[in-house]
Design a protein around this ligand. Structure first.
Ligand code: FES
Length: 150
C-alpha cells in the first residue's frame, strides 16, 4: 500500500508491505540507519523515533500505520531546538560509550523536552526508563539528560 508521511521535515510517499516494520523501512529503504535494532521486541529502546511528538519503538510500528504522521528520527534532531539542546548536553557530558543506545536515548529525551519545558528527575527517569545501555553508562546519561533539561 502507498503511505504518505513527513519525515524529518520532508514529505515522503512510498509503498509499504503489510508486514514491514517502520525501523526496517527507515534503515533499509530510506537510508536512515540511526534507529538501531537491538532486541526487536520493544524492550531496549534503540529503535526509538518520535511520532507526532511522542517517542515510540520503531520495531513495534507497522510502517503502514504511519500514514499522515509527522516523524523525527535521530538524523533530524538537529533541526529541533530541543534536539540541539540534547545533542549538546550529551556530547559535552560524554554520555556515550559504544554509542549503540545513543540514538534511542537522545530521541526519547528530545520527545520529553517537546512535551515538558522543564522536566524533573522523575520525568527524565520515566522517559528514559525503557532504554538499555549495554555499556551501563547510566549515570553520565542521566546527568546529561538533566543538563539538557535546564
Ligand atoms: Fe525496538 Fe529494542 S529494537 S525496542
Amino acid at each position: 500500500m502507498t503511505i504518505r508521511f513527513v519525515l524529518n521535515g520532508e514529505p515522503v510517499e512510498m509503498d509499504a508491505r503489510p508486514d514491514e516494520r517502520f525501523v526496517d523501512l527507515l534503515r533499509d529503504r530510506l537510508g536512515l540507519p540511526g534507529a538501531k535494532v537491538g532486541c526487536g521486541i520493544g524492550r531496549c529502546g534503540s529503535c526509538t523515533v518520535i511520532i507526532d511528538d511522542v517517542a515510540m519503538n520503531g520495531c513495534l510500528l507497522p510502517a503502514y500505520k504511519l500514514e499522515g504522521r509527522r516523524i523525527t528520527t535521530v538524523e533530524g534532531l538537529g533541526s529541533l531546538p530541543e534536539g540541539r539542546a540534547v545533542i549538546l548536553a550529551f556530547s559535552e557530558g560524554n554520555a556515550f560509550q559504544c554509542g549503540y543506545c545513543a540514538p534511542g536515548f537522545t530521541v526519547a529525551m528530545t520527545a520529553l523536552l517537546m512535551r515538558e519545558d522543564v522536566p524533573d528527575e522523575a520525568d527524565i527517569r520515566e522517559a528514559l526508563g525503557g532504554h538499555v545501555c549495554r555499556c551501563t553508562g547510566y549515570h553520565s546519561i542521566l546527568r546529561a539528560a538533566a543538563d539538557a533539561a535546564v
